[in-house]
Design a protein around this ligand. Structure first.
Ligand code: NAP
Length: 238
């Protein structure tokens, strides 16, 4: 039986991924701060799951908890880091910016390195990170969010290159959702909003095919292309 750990499985995309993976025969380790919500996800799954309360901003504790979870599962084939926060920040409140960095940058870094080291020792594995279409350009509404997602995409690429240079059988997948209908999707003007179930189905397909980078849903590749091509003067007006 394959095993996976989902960091940030208590709601949204992470919880939907728990459903898909469990339905496809995975034994799971699920983490998040909200233990009752993790227990609710666990209760509906067709296969065994372990839950671990974890705050990724408490980095040294989170690393220890991750390693304990790995030990309980025996081995881990797949680690998905879905935990993240995003705040619209019209007042440029530094507290909101720092919370985003502590979760999306510090938390992501400690867990992705722990997973990579586990896979190195084990000889194989697959790391999946939830970045965003927001990784592609600066975001006036939530500066730290876009910057943190650029960090995640860049960091994942670094780990992928590192695995290739060292001849390691470690796959690394960068998932870049557009809008997905979860607690995080806030604000006006949302479009092409996918359900968490649709997003999870497409992410599962990207995992099966070991894609390096996947836009979710697929049509967001078009927006990615536009964002990458847009000159500064045009991007300022969007
Ligand atoms: N929804 C979208 O439109 C969208 C678009 C692009 C990218 N994404 C990315 O997709 C990922 C999942 O987000 P979502 O849309 O599914 O939103 P969500 O429903 O709010 O889920 C966020 C998850 O992250 C966990 N989390 C947040 N802070 C944490 C912390 N300090 N420690 C541990 N876990 C923490 C939450 O669990 P607890 O609260 O229980 O800790 C929850 O399970 C995020 O990385 C997000 O940036 C989402």
């Amino acid at each position: 039986m394959k095993t996976a750990v989902i960091i940030g499985a208590s709601s949204g995309i992470g919880a939907a991924l728990a459903d898909v993976l469990s339905a496809n025969g995975y034994r799971l380790g699920l983490t998040g701060r909200r233990l009752p919500m993790l227990e609710q996800v666990k209760a509906r799954l067709p296969n065994e799951a372990l839950v671990q309360q974890m705050d990724v901003t408490d980095v040294s504790r989170a690393e220890t908890q991750f390693l304990e979870l790995v030990q309980q599962l025996g081995r881990v084939d797949l680690v998905i880091i879905s935990a993240g926060v995003g705040h619209l920040n019209p007042d440029l409140d530094v507290g909101l910016e720092m919370e985003t960095i502590q979760t999306n940058v510090n938390g992501f870094t400690v867990l992705s390195t722990a997973a990579f080291k586990h896979f190195t020792e084990q000889g194989r594995g697959h790391l999946v990170g939830l970045s965003s279409i927001a990784a592609l350009r600066g975001g006036a509404a939530a500066p730290a969010y876009n910057a943190s997602k650029a960090y995640i995409s860049n960091y994942l690429e670094a780990l992928r290159v590192r695995a290739a240079k060292q001849g390691l059988d470690i796959a690394v997948t960068d998932i870049r959702p557009g809008f997905v209908d979860t607690d995080m999707a806030q604000g006006e003007g949302l479009f092409w909003v996918a359900s968490p179930e649709t997003a999870a189905a497409q992410i599962y397909r990207a995992i099966q095919t070991k894609q390096r980078c996947a836009y979710v849903t697929k049509r967001w590749r078009l927006i990615a292309w536009i964002l990458q091509m847009a000159p500064g003067w045009l991007y300022n007006r969007l």
